[in-house]
Unconditional design. Structure first.
Length: 324
């Protein structure tokens, strides 16, 4: 059984000891165990129309060659889940397994009216790839994966880029071993914790059951990441999100920091205060252990926030070192 590290109550796996897990060679390929991720299949002739009214991204931009990242929000505009939207074997939503049930339930009533079914996917598995050497993927033209959102797919698998060289692999369960054996050089195995760390460094935060319904998209800079489309029309929570975008003066932004106080318990939604403990300056969104006994944290911070802070319910002052 692989060792695990809990963030909130979600277990992330490790293939190596923590310090070795986070060391990478930028000439090598890596395969990440992403067993914490699953999928929802959206079935029915009106699947695209249904998703267009549910998610914050423009489903019209999703094709066999392009995926999109989007948010499912509640009527108050707060994020219930973040997901990847892929057109492979039908419309697929890729998101953490601990959010699949609640997300399915949130969508199901409207899905029935649209004659659409929302079902958990069981025919494929989800892995992460870090593709530094494309030559190992003999017979596949991966040049289309440059940048983000591009897809390469066959009947057996789909690879899409989040922020190249970081990609997601969806593959039919019975095809995983033949796929790995077809590579001219085998990728190095890594767990989901190192995947989470690498993506968090790119500002790709996660929503957890504990943070479901807490955050407005702009507090996570989703208006800058491509999750929000302001030309697509109505979707759940759209009115509040659009009002925030066009009428409000944004006071917060997503910021990434390294902190060395690894003994402080961290939880999504914890408030951050100034060093005096009297003025709230932000909220903790996500975190990951980093190298050299540090923690990488993503926080929604006041734009002019100080460099020292206290975490809610903790007396110690921490120094916020901006990620460089």
């Amino acid at each position: 059984m692989q060792p695990e590290f809990l963030i909130n109550n979600r277990p992330y796996t490790l293939s190596l000891a923590l310090e070795q897990e986070l060391i990478f060679d930028d000439t090598q390929n890596y395969l990440f165990d992403l067993s914490y991720l699953g999928g929802l299949s959206i079935e029915g002739e009106r699947a695209r129309e249904f998703l267009q009214g549910q998610l914050s991204c423009d489903i019209r931009q999703v094709s066999a060659n392009e995926m999109r990242q989007g948010a499912l929000c509640n009527l108050k505009g707060r994020i219930l889940a973040l997901m990847d939207v892929v057109d492979w074997q039908g419309m697929q939503l890729i998101l953490p397994k601990d959010l699949l049930g609640d997300t399915k339930n949130s969508m199901s009533k409207t899905a029935m009216l649209s004659r659409v079914k929302v079902e958990e996917a069981h025919s494929y598995e989800v892995y992460g790839l870090c593709i530094n050497d494309r030559h190992a993927f003999a017979g596949l033209d991966l040049h289309e994966l440059d940048g983000s959102h591009h897809c390469v797919q066959t009947d057996d698998f789909c690879i899409y880029a989040l922020n190249f060289p970081l990609c997601i692999l969806l593959i039919k369960k019975e095809k995983r071993i033949p796929f790995i054996e077809s590579l001219t050089s085998k990728p190095h195995p890594r767990g989901s914790l190192s995947w989470h760390y690498l993506n968090l460094r790119q500002g790709q935060v996660e929503i957890y059951p504990e943070s479901r319904g807490l955050f407005l998209p702009h507090r996570l800079d989703l208006h800058l990441s491509g999750h929000l489309n302001f030309d697509k029309g109505c979707y759940k929570g759209q009115e509040i999100i659009a009002r925030t975008h066009y009428r409000a003066k944004l006071k917060h932004g997503l910021r990434l920091f390294n902190v060395s106080e690894e003994h402080i318990p961290l939880q999504s939604g914890q408030r951050l205060f100034d060093a005096s403990g009297t003025t709230e300056i932000g909220e903790l969104i996500d975190c990951s252990p980093g190298p050299d006994r540090t923690f990488l944290i993503a926080a929604s911070m006041l734009l002019d926030a100080p460099s020292e802070a206290k975490i809610e319910h903790e007396p110690a002052i921490i120094h916020l070192n901006p990620l460089t």
